[in-house]
Design a protein around this ligand. Structure first.
Ligand SMILES: [Fe+2]
Length: 236
């Protein structure tokens, strides 16, 4: 009897492994913290339903691709061409949203662009105003669902662009490739409750909650690599 029971338990354990390599982290602030730029209900649904679904659906793909269990989401993105559309959409969705939450902060806790970042923005775009104008143009002109990005590209320069759906600049298939340091979700689920079809108003209001502390850190982390890339590419 005991042997039968142990065998049954073992078979259950084998047939129902815990497939949860990727985790949904809590929001780094209360859902109300970004008001009035982003309302609490949008934040609650966006994080607790949409982001959670990307994480759950990505974990479900471990049955198809067992190696995902041992990989970071960045490693998955770097070779996304090997995988099916479900991995592409959900690994992208998980990375993009995890980054997005960290790129926002309550008013008064957002910090300011570092001197180094400001210098680079002026060098690559002319001014902060021109940079924001170009970024918002990328956000509003993206047809359908997607993301606007500020990246450090492989040449070590800042670049603005957008991607469709949940694609991002870390994917090996991306046309826009580089290290993201700022991102704006322009799916309707990110803004529709407060802004309806006025995506431009959402993009304009969003600047009030951009967490420059995180942007500065991501820029600083990408700088050594971009400097060496630039200097090596300049050598004959
Ligand atoms: Fe989203």
């Amino acid at each position: 009897m005991m042997r039968v029971l142990m065998t049954s338990l073992l078979s259950i354990a084998i047939s129902q492994p815990v497939l949860a390599a990727f985790e949904l982290q809590p929001l780094p602030y209360p859902a109300t913290a970004l008001q009035p730029a982003i309302d609490a209900q949008t934040m609650t649904i966006h994080h607790g339903k949409h982001h959670k679904a990307y994480v759950d659906n990505l974990n479900a793909q471990i049955k198809t691709y067992p190696e995902l269990d041992k990989m970071s989401v960045e490693q998955v993105l770097a070779q996304i061409s090997k995988y099916n559309p479900a991995v592409r959409n959900n690994a992208g969705g998980h990375y993009n949203h995890q980054l997005f939450w960290s790129l926002m902060a309550p008013t008064g806790q957002t910090g300011e662009p570092s001197a180094a970042l400001l210098e680079r923005i002026k060098a690559d775009f002319g001014s902060m105003d021109e940079f924001k104008k170009q970024f918002n143009a990328a956000a509003t002109s993206r047809f359908g669902s997607g993301w606007a990005w500020l990246i450090v590209n492989p040449q070590g320069k800042l670049a603005i662009g957008s991607t469709a759906n949940q694609d991002n600049p870390l994917m090996d298939i991306a046309e826009l490739k580089g290290q993201p340091i700022l991102a704006l979700d322009v799916w309707e689920h990110a803004y529709y409750l407060s802004y309806q079809n006025k995506r431009a108003d959402y993009a304009a209001a969003w600047w009030s909650v951009v967490n420059w502390k995180t942007v500065n850190q991501l820029f600083a982390a990408s700088a050594p690599q971009s400097s060496s890339t630039r200097s090596s590419s300049e050598q004959p």
